[in-house]
Design a protein around this ligand. Structure first.
Ligand code: SDX
Length: 441
């Protein structure tokens, strides 16, 4: 229970606003959470005082109450339901973390078993959906397919659209977590002209995904346990991350009471951007363009040049002004995966390590607190495992679906929740007379 909810006689914590033009003065209440900065409650600011706040990009705005994820950007701390990401990555697995994000606590054996069974029971997609794929070009970007097909799930699963029914909300949640890997693997198989591979429920969530991605009907396939664990760890690291752009998109779409499949499709669309989840694909393209260590200074200079739109992809973060703890885990995981695959000296990994070293010694990056983020090393691992660059952001969308859904449930269950509808600072034309076509210059 945060202190803002406690009804005590102690004096309210407030801030005073003084308008030095009009001389108006008023107080706004300050609320505290369990951790992190206090918040100034501005909910009545317009209604009572006729002001809007101004915060493009929401750099200083808390859009909701949430108990799911906590980030301390200065210290590089990431907690999910209070558990450190480093411990979850080392000790837990993606099904465990998905359950914990959704239900608030780590599952016991019985709860885990039931959740696993539900997910496996829904890993197939409606057979009719397969015909969807034939409408796409073979060279369609897999994220374009994901946005289209996931949104279209609402055309098939009519018994899990009613968001006011907890049973239907739960069923949609299970279906989405279960079907994301299946649809992702289908998008890949379609691109390379191989037959779709049906789910194999005898395998783990991640093992099943690897089989649907890389097996062919003509041969036996057993997932490599080291790679299975590496992908599962990558899924844990990408599962949720507070109110990032795609999560805020899902919340905003959900606030209009759109169905869950439409909300997740909106999240996938937002994640696709290279400033967000699309950065993992952009990092690999950037490393490939840099090509060799001796060209690093040229690209560092471009990243620092305000007149050059180039940015060092995989570096910087709105919240982390320290090393992204997920990047630390991925950097060591990359070593393990490359060793398992016998490509320890993978040139792009060596290049990434050198690029990080040089950037982190550069005054510009130090002063602006730009560190590697979750996307900087993930692509190295995925490429080494045989995933095409175009599938990298799909690999982000699969696990983030669990986080998006946990945030969607929390939003729907929030008693103060209402449709999201920001305002603006209007800088356009004042009222003016219409000019008929024949009188225009
Ligand atoms: C993800 O929000 C989340 O939690 C997202 C995420 C999640 O799990 O959901 O963590 C996943 O999206 C990670 C971020 C992936 N994106 C990239 O790696 C793309 C490269 N990074 C940048 O585009 C940028 O750092 C952002 C978009 C990530 C953050 O941008 P901000 O917070 O809006 O910061 P900014 O653009 O205001 O930058 C502050 C300054 C600027 O310089 P000045 O205008 O002050 O002179 O730092 C500079 C920027 O030009 N800067 C960079 C840079 N990132 C910021 N300069 C060079 N290279 C960069 N990568």
């Amino acid at each position: 229970m945060s202190t803002s909810d406690k009804s005590t006689t102690e004096e309210k914590h407030t801030v005073t606003v003084i308008d030095n033009k009009s001389g108006r003065q008023f107080e706004l209440e300050v609320l505290s959470g369990e951790m992190g900065p206090d918040v100034i409650d501005i909910r009545k600011l317009y209604q009572e005082f006729d002001y809007f706040t101004y915060d493009p990009g929401y750099t200083s705005t808390a859009s909701c109450d949430s108990a799911i994820t906590f980030i301390d950007g200065e210290k590089g701390i990431l907690l999910h339901r209070g558990y450190k990401i480093e411990e979850l990555a080392a000790e837990s697995d993606f099904m465990d973390v998905s359950y914990m994000l959704l239900f608030g606590h780590l599952p016991n054996a019985q709860q885990q078993e039931r959740f696993d069974t539900e997910i496996k029971h829904h890993s197939l997609v409606d057979e009719q959906l397969i015909r969807f794929f034939n409408g796409f070009r073979r060279d369609a970007h897999p994220m374009a397919i994901m946005v289209g097909v996931v949104g279209a799930l609402s055309a098939f699963y009519h018994d899990s659209l009613e968001i006011s029914d907890p049973k239907q909300r739960h069923l949609a949640t299970i279906r989405l977590i279960a079907k994301m890997p299946t649809i992702a693997a289908m998008a890949y198989k379609y691109a390379i002209g191989q037959p779709f591979v049906y789910p194999d429920n005898s395998l783990s969530y991640t093992g099943n995904f690897l089989k649907m991605m890389f097996s062919v009907p003509a041969e036996e396939y057993v997932p490599n346990p080291v790679l299975e664990k590496a992908i599962d760890c990558l899924f844990v690291l990408h599962a949720d991350h507070e109110q990032n752009a795609s999560t805020s998109t899902v919340r905003l779409a959900g606030s209009s009471q759109a169905n869950p499949f439409a909300c997740i499709a909106a999240g996938i669309a937002s994640l696709w951007g290279p400033a967000h989840g699309g950065a993992n694909e952009a990092v690999l393209n950037m490393l490939t363009e840099i090509g060799s260590v001796d060209r690093i200074p040229e690209f560092i200079a471009r990243a620092k040049d305000r007149n050059d739109p180039f940015r060092l992809m995989g570096f910087g973060h709105r919240v982390y002004k320290n090393y992204d703890p997920r990047a630390q885990v991925l950097k060591s995981s990359a070593h393990a995966v490359l060793k398992e695959l016998g490509v320890e000296d993978q040139p792009l990994f060596e290049l990434a390590l050198e690029l990080e070293r040089i950037a982190r010694e550069d005054e510009y990056f130090i002063q602006k607190k730009l560190f590697p983020n979750v996307d900087f090393y993930s692509g190295i691992i995925l490429q080494a495992m045989g995933f095409p660059t175009s599938m990298f952001t799909v690999m982000f969308a699969i696990p983030r679906t669990a986080g998006w859904l946990s945030q969607w449930h929390e939003m729907l269950g929030d008693p103060v929740q209402k449709i999201g509808r920001p305002r603006q600072r209007y800088i356009g034309a004042k009222p003016r007379k219409f000019v008929p076509k024949d009188e225009r210059g």
